[in-house]
Design a protein around this ligand. Structure first.
Ligand code: ATP
Length: 355
């Protein structure tokens, strides 16, 4: 089946500027029809990687193949790919219809056919039909984003690349468009490669998420993998606030807190050094009252509380340490700053990561 051949394959791809490696050896296969998102902090090399994939920059070394053909030096306009980015690059004095039809016009499609196709794409990106004749500059930010997307589809590319297309939009619109983009991905069957600095955005939309740090891909996997089995402390902490405990190995192979004291951690089958970090997410910690079966118990005092809407987060101080505990609002009734509490978490919720 066609699915067996990756649509895009990267082998040891590097990009250096002087002595600095912005992309420092990336290997990845992207399958037909996949939605892959690359996330990473500012400066981690995401844009540089995407520019190489889209043909705006040639790799310094390594190979990029598209359906088995080497494309390292093939310029952007000669690739069956299309880049959608934040600044959109729409034609400002033209209508929505003219913008979307541009790629069709270049291909010399007759006018009536062009219009029919443009209206199809507008429907696909949920733009009302009467926008066809509207000047694109009179559209809102979200609508412009849809126009850019419709135009990208009009190119009929094999792969669509997205460079933070939603980052300039307000939170609510962004949330709506994230889901629409995922729906659109499903409906179109195209391969999407997306970059963002927001792991949250990546998790909502993607089949697989790749996490970049300093030019390298530290982990790539399903959102579930990244969340439940982060490969490194960096990945776990990139995800959001976590409780982390430096630990060291004991002679019997178990673990103890580096600062001293017991910690119960489920065994892992990956190789670890003599020191590691245990990550416990705030949402897997809980308040314990009465007799408890939690593997790890800590007594402390609530220092502050934060409302997250349906959930509550608490900062709990215990000795020198600060813990974050997040529980459903209903499970938190009556807790206030100053209360003495016992927090508990289970070994199976402890994620052991190498340093
Ligand atoms: P952001 O989220 O801020 O856009 P990014 O992850 O996309 O960051 P890149 O833009 O790929 O990161 O940049 C990676 C590194 O490469 C940065 O340190 C940047 O300064 C450097 N870099 C990128 N382009 C060039 C260039 N043309 N010349 C020199 N250095 C560059």
């Amino acid at each position: 089946l066609a699915k067996a051949v990756p649509v895009l394959q990267l082998v040891d791809v590097r990009k250096t500027f002087g002595d600095f490696a912005a992309v420092d050896g990336i290997d990845v296969d992207i399958r037909e029809g996949e939605f892959v998102t690359i996330v990473g902090p500012s400066g981690s090399g995401k844009t540089t990687l995407l520019r190489m994939l889209a043909g705006m920059e040639a790799p310094s070394s390594g190979y990029i193949t598209l359906r088995g053909e080497l494309i390292n030096d093939v310029p952007a306009d000669k690739r069956p790919t299309c880049l959608v980015f934040q600044s959109l690059a729409l034609f400002p004095h033209k209508t929505v219809g003219e913008n979307i039809e541009f790629p069709l016009k270049v291909r010399k499609m007759p006018a009536a056919e062009r219009k029919r196709r443009a209206l199809d794409f507008m429907r696909m990106v949920r733009l009302p039909e009467h926008y066809y004749a509207k000047n694109v500059m009179r559209c809102s930010g979200g609508e412009k984003q849809r126009v850019a997307l419709a135009r990208a589809f009009a190119y009929d590319p094999d792969v669509l690349f997205f460079d933070e297309p939603l980052s300039a939009l307000d939170y609510k619109l962004k949330k709506v468009l994230e889901k629409e983009l995922k729906d659109l991905h499903r409906e179109s069957g195209k391969t999407f490669v997306y970059i963002t600095h927001s792991l949250e955005e990546a998790m909502v939309m993607s089949d697989r998420v790749g996490v970049m740090s300093r030019g390298r891909l530290v982990q790539i996997g399903t959102p579930e993998d990244i969340y439940t089995r982060p490969a490194t402390r960096f990945v776990a902490e990139f995800f959001g606030e976590v409780n982390s405990f430096p630990v060291k190995r004991m002679p019997d192979g178990g673990w103890t807190l580096a600062e001293g004291g017991p910690i119960i951690v489920a065994p892992v089958d990956t190789a670890m050094g003599d020191t590691a970090t245990v990550i416990v997410r705030p949402e897997t910690m809980r308040f314990v009252t009465g007799p408890s079966r939690a593997d790890n118990l800590i007594s402390g005092k609530i220092y502050n509380e934060y409302s997250l809407g349906s959930r509550m987060q608490y900062q709990v101080h215990a000795g020198e340490r600060i813990y974050l505990v997040e529980v459903a609002r209903a499970a938190a009734s009556g807790l206030v700053a100053g209360d003495a509490v016992t927090i508990g978490w289970d070994a199976r919720d402890a994620i052991l990561v190498g340093d």
